[in-house]
Unconditional design. Sequence first.
Length: 215
Amino acid sequence: MSYTIRLIFSFSIIIPVVISWIRFKKINPAYYPFIFLLWLGLLNEILNYTIVKIIHSNAVNSNIYALLESLLITWQFYTWKLFSRHKSLYIFIICAFAGVWITENFIISSITSISSYFRIIYSFIIVLMSIAVINMLLVRERKFMITNPVFLLCITFIIYYTYNVLVETFWLYGLSKEFRIKVHRIEEFINVFANIVYSLAIIWMPTKQRFTLPS
């Protein structure tokens, strides 16, 4: 795959970002954490492109983005009322993410190296939270699920972050460079798929007067 195509794949996040800009004033605030995540994702892609050109390593900004991503997605699940009966669990997860991130980046290792352990942990937790919300939807919703933005986002989170766990595990255990390159290329296609689904989810997000996930 050429560098140009990889760059296009990386910046496919522009599609859902533009749609979110157009629809932002109409979207229910319950989806704002995800919208902010998309905007942060685009900023991170710009930083990746710029920093790699200058110093050939994007580890620092990638590690910072990973922490912010984990916090924003957990906040998103909070607005979807996943923690309505267990608010202390929400606080615990937020604190645990911050604690693991600080420990890996400043005690065990360095922020100038990719924090694989943190990525594995928060990706796994996101998958679990996504499954929990889907279970809530299946019990409470009677509508056609394929157009439900919460369902679409959770399914995509499960696919994307499950694969992220595999990628980081392969990286930690030092499998052959050729194998890791192939794994990373598959991840690029998954990234494009995720951005397409994100775009559809934004289009189907309810207005400020309607939110489809009951408490």
